[in-house]
Design a protein around this ligand. Sequence first.
Ligand SMILES: *Cc1c(COP(=O)(O)O)cnc(C)c1O
Length: 421
Amino acid sequence: MNQEQLFERSKELVPGGVHSPVRSFKGLHTTPRFFEKAKGAKIWDVDNKDYIDFCMSFGPLILGHKNEDVQKALEGQLEKGWSYGACEPYSLKLAEFLTERLPHIEQIRFVNSGTEAVMTAVRLARGMTGRKKIIKFDGCYHGHLDSLLIKAGSGLAGTAEASSTWVPASFSMGTLILELGGLEGCRDIIKRYPNDVALIAVEPLPANNGLLPLSQEFLQGLRDLCDESGALLLFDEVISGFRMGFRGMAQKTGIKPDMVTYGKIIGGGLPVGAVASSSKVMENLAPLGGVYQAGTLSANPLAMVGGLETLKKLTPEAYQKLSTYTESIVAIFKEWFETFENGRFKNLQMIHEGSLFWIHPDFLPTKASEISADLGPQFKDLFEILLNKGIYLAPNAYEVGFVSLAHDESVQSELKERLFS
Ligand SMILES: *Cc1c(COP(=O)(O)O)cnc(C)c1O
């Protein structure tokens, strides 16, 4: 079967042919590529065409695809079994490794995805404070749990509507949504509901709806508001954790969140998420406390071993390399935007932070409301041209690009050749 046929067949068996909507190439000119192998910075489709990958599984593969040491560690674990549903030493090793290196956490619980981690954090915040309301920001993504699948409602700040059908109003009513960067709005809401806000959730580096870096003042303001009101501050570091330096944004900003959620890199490409905090907060979770949380496959040994081996390689030198690689890659793209077909993509701007980048036409937005809902048309052309040249971006204008340690100088030369040929 060719790739179009594979997609047709998939659509018969799977809703929309995909297991996660952003894989669907919706609004693009072509059907999804079906990939069957990968190595380093490259990924191969079933027709054996290779692409330089800037999606990297949407972030987990910071070492590149199929890193040899991670593979060895996984193979070693396979020999020993891959799920016990019981205590094992592998998650202990990972928990030790993390708590020794992350001064803002004392305890951690491993789950299977970022969504699960955030879901647990929300429940924990409500359980601890006895309060119902949570604050989130327009343009931050926290996974697909009902209470956070919310977009800004029209009119009054702080109202919310669900961004999925069939999220009951009773769920979205507990969530107050505000504009990123708008500390005043946050202050007003806390004033309006002085004893009701359990949690302020924020991506300290919003990277799920474009890349929208926040000011230190804003994040510090959230910290202060939490201290004044008794709400807990959640840094959702599912993307930024282990990416913006090992200790993520909590380290970069020097702001100590009450809770942190991790995902993506923490599992090195295997399904892991985690919620972490002080022992005082974490001890509210079952079996010690009344806040229930569980998982048949939680702290799966393969995922623990893959995650640990990945994290071990993230030295200061590794982050230095990632930044250097990203700067070169961004420079290459920018040069190509200027020159390709007499400046056809001349209006495209690029922002980068650490090893993340994002392409946006004409200017660089700072909040979600500045991002057009109609980025599709120009992105579609860009995506198609790059795909034909053997360069794979995440198939959606609102997703960021991910650079890995495998995107080294030789890959950068190849990128240049592919772009300018
Ligand atoms: C990816 C992501 C999630 C959801 O994680 P999944 O593993 O896809 O459930 C939550 N929060 C942030 C900030 C993310 O980037």
